[in-house]
Design a protein around this ligand. Structure first.
Ligand code: NDP
Ligand code: OXD
Length: 319
C-alpha cells in the first residue's frame, strides 16, 4: 500500500474545468503526478478522481485501487457500465455539508417568508401585506433522505424553530426530528409536511420518486397553502412534467429546483419562466477544490499507511 514514485492519479472529469483541480492538487500533493489521460502508462494509475467520467475511461487500468468521486453523489459514477471492481469513495466534507445546509435554510426561509411573492410585488411596485407569514413553529419541513446532508439540514432547521420530520431507507433517529422509513413510512411522512426538501441520492429505487403519485399523497392545505417542494438531490428524482402539472393544479404552491433531468436545463424548458419556480444551476453545494483536494490527499495518505478508507459507497444500494 505504500506510495511508489511512479504512481499516477487519473483526473477523469467532464463538464468541469480540470485546471483548478490540478492547481489545488499540485499544492496539496506536490510529489504526486496527476494526469488527465490514462492512455499512456495505464499500469501506473493507482487512483482515479472522477466527476461524470467518460464511459469506459476507468476500464483497463490494471493497478487501479480506489475511485474517488469528486461529489457526494455517485450516480454519475454508476452511469458508466464499465466501472472496475475497486472501492468507490464519495465526498463527505464539512465544507460541502455546510454549503447544502445553507442552501436548504435559505430556500425554506424564503418560502416561509413568501419571498417569491414579495419579489414579484417589488417588480410591480406593489405595497401590500395581505397574506400572513406563518411562524417557523407552525411549519413542518420534511426531509427526504436523512444521510450526511439531510441530518445536518434537519438540525439547522430545528435550531430555527421549524417542526422537522425525515424519511430514509432504514430507521434513523435524530433528536427533535420525527422520522419515518421505508416504503410504508412514506405515506405517513407525506401526510403532515408543508415543505418537502429532497436530499436523496439517485438510485434505481429513488428514480422519479418526486411525481404526481407523491404529490397526491401530500396534504392539500397548510400554513403556506399547498405544499412546497425543494429538490437539491438529483434531477433524475423528479418528474418535471408532473411538477408543472402539480403547480398548475394547485397541488404544489412553489418549487425550488437545483437539479434537473437534463443539465444544463434546456432553454425551452417551461420551468425557466414559471412564476412559482425558483431555480439554481446545480449550485446548492458545489464541490470546492480548495476544500476537498486536501481532504482527498489526506485519505490517500492514510490509506497508504494501512488505515481503512472512509465513506465507501455501498455498490448494491448505489449510494
Ligand atoms: P447519504 O448517502 O449520506 O444519505 C442518503 C440518504 O438517503 C440516507 O438517509 C438514505 O437512507 C436515504 N435513501 C437512500 N435510498 C433511499 C430509499 N430508497 N428510500 C428512502 N431513503 C433512501 O447522502 P448525502 O446526504 O451525502 O447526499 C445526498 C445526495 O445529495 C447525494 O446523493 C447527491 O445526489 C445530492 N447532492 C447534491 C448536491 C447539489 O449541489 N445539488 C451536492 C451534494 C450532494 P439510509 O439512512 O437508510 O441509508
Ligand atoms: C455532489 C454534487 O454530488 O455536487 O456533490 O452534486
Amino acid at each position: 500500500m505504500t506510495s511508489g514514485a511512479n504512481d499516477k492519479i487519473l483526473l477523469a472529469v467532464t463538464g468541469w474545468d480540470p485546471e483548478v483541480w490540478q492547481t489545488e492538487f499540485a499544492k496539496a500533493a506536490p510529489g504526486r503526478k496527476l494526469v488527465l489521460d490514462a492512455n499512456t502508462d495505464k499500469e501506473k494509475i493507482r487512483y482515479a478522481l472522477v466527476w461524470k467520467q467518460r464511459q469506459g475511461s476507468l476500464a483497463g487500468l490494471p493497478n487501479l485501487e480506489v475511485i474517488f468521486s469528486l461529489g457526494a453523489g455517485v450516480d454519475h459514477v454508476f452511469h458508466d457500465q464499465q466501472i472496475p471492481d475497486v472501492p468507490i469513495v464519495r465526498i463527505v466534507s464539512p465544507d460541502l455539508t455546510m454549503r447544502m445546509s445553507e442552501y436548504v435554510v435559505w430556500q425554506v426561509l424564503d418560502h416561509q417568508r413568501l419571498g417569491l411573492r414579495y419579489r414579484e410585488q417589488q417588480r410591480q411596485r406593489v405595497w401590500r401585506e395581505d397574506r400572513r407569514q406563518p411562524a417557523a413553529h407552525e411549519v413542518t419541513v420534511g426531509i427526504l433522505g436523512l444521510g450526511v446532508l439531510g441530518r445536518d439540514a434537519a438540525q439547522k432547521l430545528r435550531m430555527l424553530g421549524f417542526r422537522v420530520s425525515g424519511w430514509s431507507r432504514r430507521l434513523q433517529t435524530i433528536e427533535g426530528v420525527t422520522t419515518y422509513f421505508g416504503k410504508d413510512g412514506l405515506r405517513d411522512f407525506l401526510k403532515d409536511v408543508d415543505i418537502v426538501v429532497c436530499l436523496l441520492p439517485l438510485t434505481p429505487d429513488t428514480k422519479g420518486i418526486l411525481s404526481m403519485t407523491m404529490f397526491a399523497q401530500m396534504k392539500a392545505e397548510g400554513p403556506l397553502g399547498a405544499p412546497t417542494l425543494i429538490n437539491a438531490g438529483r434531477g433524475g428524482l423528479q418528474n418535471e412534467p408532473d411538477i408543472l402539472a402539480a403547480l398548475d393544479r394547485g397541488m404544489l404552491s412553489v418549487v425550488t429546483l437545483d437539479v434537473f433531468n437534463k443539465e444544463p436545463l434546456p432553454k425551452d424548458s417551461p420551468l425557466w419562466t414559471h412564476p412559482q419556480v425558483m431555480l439554481t444551476p446545480h449550485a446548492a453545494a458545489s464541490s470546492s477544490p480548495q476544500a476537498l483536494v486536501p481532504e482527498i490527499v489526506a485519505q490517500i495518505e492514510s490509506y497508504e499507511r494501512g488505515e481503512p478508507l472512509k465513506n465507501i459507497v455501498d455498490r448494491a444500494a448505489q449510494y
